[in-house]
Design a binder for this molecule. Structure first.
Ligand code: NAD
Length: 306
């Protein structure tokens, strides 16, 4: 039976790990958990006899693939897979999958939480504002954005989205107004929420020419990837738009300067928190185990990304 390695430098919650084990045991698969490892050499050693590996933010690069001669499948339990070298995996005939949608509600709830936190001045006792009646623009209309749209509707927000790869009808069906250009995203939103992946096209793309279009007092929410932001331009936006606010689910590279100069208008989570819920952990882990079993038993490659 295939040997599955669960390699998590930042481990799954105990409940999620138990559910993954139960799935693999029911299928009579061998498995090994490598958790909290501190050296990449430990990961490489554990990959030696693995035919499939479940990872979280763990790095599967060419060196890891070279250390895994039997490997057929990498499943990233989560949405983003920029920690896997897709080209190197494809060159070795290794299939790479993610588990889309499994942590999206968790990320959407965090985005709402951070929006309220900023709207209420970080709960500092000063009068704040409400989300109701404000415009929320979603940049990218994938899984997270759709969950966020659903929740924001409940708050009475006016919701817009831009995603060139998604038909406008899918947005309008969800009560979301489609926008036609990237510029419109930034000029329309009281809240602009980023839900695009980090790709060659999007990295550094949120720059001054876009951020300068934001309304005075608009809030930019980044639960996507820090790499999509041009941080020099972010600091300029704080300086020139005196009421601009920024919240991020990961520490920006410019965090020291940002917090020192603009700390009352900025917030970032100390560690990436978006998917850190018991539920998301369990959903993504179980989905990863099920996808591995479906791949080996039925050749199912539904969530292949390479
Ligand atoms: P998804 O793949 O479902 O959605 C991404 C959307 O972006 C797609 O609809 C795609 O068409 C669109 N897109 C791609 N390139 C675009 C471009 N150039 N312009 C506009 N739209 C573009 O992904 P998701 O699950 O919704 O996740 C969105 C982002 O959030 C990803 O970057 C992911 O890495 C990140 N994420 C972060 C956390 C966290 O813990 N903070 C958790 C999950 C996902």
């Amino acid at each position: 039976m295939p040997k599955v390695l669960v390699a998590t430098e930042k481990p799954f919650a105990a409940k999620a790990a138990g559910l993954i084990k139960a799935e693999l045991e029911a299928a009579k698969y061998d498995y090994e958990f490598l958790e909290n490892y501190t050296e990449v050499s430990q990961l490489h050693a554990a990959l030696a006899d693995a035919e499939a590996v479940i990872i979280r933010s763990d790095i599967i690069d060419e060196a890891a693939l070279n250390a895994a001669p039997k490997l057929k499948l990498v499943v990233r339990a989560g949405a983003g897979y920029d920690n896997v070298d897709l080209k190197a995996a494809s060159a070795k005939g290794v299939v790479v999958m993610n588990t889309p949608g499994q942590n999206s509600n968790a990320v959407a709830e965090l985005a709402i939480g951070m929006m309220i936190y900023m709207a209420r001045n970080k709960f500092n006792g000063k009068s704040g504002s409400e989300l109701a009646g404000k415009s929320l623009v979603l940049y990218g209309f994938g899984y997270v954005a759709r969950y966020l749209a659903k929740i924001a509707k409940g708050f009475g927000m006016d919701i817009y989205a831009y995603d060139p790869y998604i038909a406008c009808e899918i947005m309008t069906k969800d009560g979301v107004k489609p926008l036609k250009s990237v510029a419109e995203i930034f000029s329309t939103g009281d809240y602009v929420s980023l839900h695009i992946p980090a790709t060659a096209e999007t990295k550094g793309s949120i720059n001054w020419s876009l951020m300068s279009l934001m309304k005075p007092g608009a809030t930019l929410i980044n639960t996507a990837r820090k790499e999509v932001i041009n941080e020099t331009d972010l600091l300029r936006c704080f300086e020139e738009n005196k009421k601009f606010r920024y919240v991020s689910d990961v520490e920006p590279g410019c965090s020291a300067e940002m917090m020192e100069k603009y700390g009352d208008r900025a917030y970032y989570t100390p560690k990436k928190m978006g998917a850190q819920t018991e539920e998301a952990n369990a959903n993504a882990g179980v989905a990863a185990a099920k996808q591995i079993i479906a791949f080996f038993e039925k050749g199912d490659k539904t969530f292949k990304v390479n």
